[in-house]
Ligand binder design. Structure first.
Ligand code: XBP
Ligand code: MG
Length: 236
């Protein structure tokens, strides 16, 4: 029997990538005296690499191979990433990114139905706190039994580690939970942890392959703007 919902964050709860994380990376470059700019299109390609620090290192290798690093690449990435997190939190705390349609309703209905809630995300824990407090409710951190985020596990999505961590903390079997995701990497992670997964598409993930998902929706939907089923069966 369904006992818990486990939510991804970026792209699922809110469209945080294009106007949040991407902008914050660019602000971190500017603050570091670098005239690099991640366009909407290039960022879409870089998103294949999950995790901001890992994404920075990939970009350095592919686009700036001659940049004279004063340290090793992981140390450089960690320094830029710290600035990026500061800028990202400021954007979120200013209320610039709302929840996606249906997210608030779904979370409220799940709570009323007595379902347990958790989060399993690649992003940095303080980003999750900022988003939940600014976009959901000031006390909404307490609504989630487990917030599994960032470097808490050795391998990021598409590895199953972050979902396995959340399941273990809740003491639940995957068969009793549903994952909510927006990307192919997220689906792979949840599926490898044994979870059934509902996909909500966004501009960056609408062309991903979602074989194995329980259902693919365009969004979670509101009564006056219902979701469209893109693939799968809403009755299952
Ligand atoms: C998506 C990601 C994250 C964010 C950036 O995470 O890949 O890396 O783009 O976050 P998810 P950080 O969909 O699992 O929520 O820069 O803090 O890593
Ligand atoms: Mg996501």
């Amino acid at each position: 029997m369904l006992q818990a919902l486990i939510f991804d964050v970026d792209g699922t709860l809110a469209d945080t990538e294009r106007d949040g994380h991407r902008i914050a990376f660019n602000q971190a470059f500017a603050e570091s005296g670098l005239d690099w700019e991640w366009t909407v299109e290039r960022y879409g390609e870089l998103l294949e690499t999950t995790g901001g620090k890992e994404r920075l290192q990939r970009y350095l290798k592919e686009d700036q191979p001659n940049y004279p690093l004063a340290t090793d690449a992981p140390t450089w990435a960690a320094t830029i990433h710290k600035l990026k997190t500061k800028h990202y939190k400021a954007l979120i705390q200013a209320g610039s990114i709302p929840l996606r349609p249906g997210v608030r309703r779904l979370i409220q209905e799940a709570r009323e139905a007595g379902l347990r809630l958790a989060i399993a995300t690649t992003t940095t824990p303080e980003n999750v706190t900022a988003l939940l407090q600014a976009a959901l409710a000031s006390d909404s951190l307490d609504w989630f039994e487990v917030i599994a985020a960032g470097d808490i596990v050795p391998a990021k999505k598409p590895a199953p580690d972050i979902y396995l961590y959340a399941l273990e903390k809740m003491g639940l079997n995957p068969a009793d939970c549903l994952a909510l995701e927006d990307s192919q990497q997220g689906l792979k992670s949840a599926a490898q942890a044994g979870l059934k997964t509902v996909i909500t598409l966004n501009d960056y993930t609408k062309n991903h392959t979602f074989s194995g998902a329980a259902i693919v929706l365009d969004q979670f939907g509101e009564p006056d703007a219902p979701f469209q089923v893109i693939a799968g069966n809403a009755g299952e």
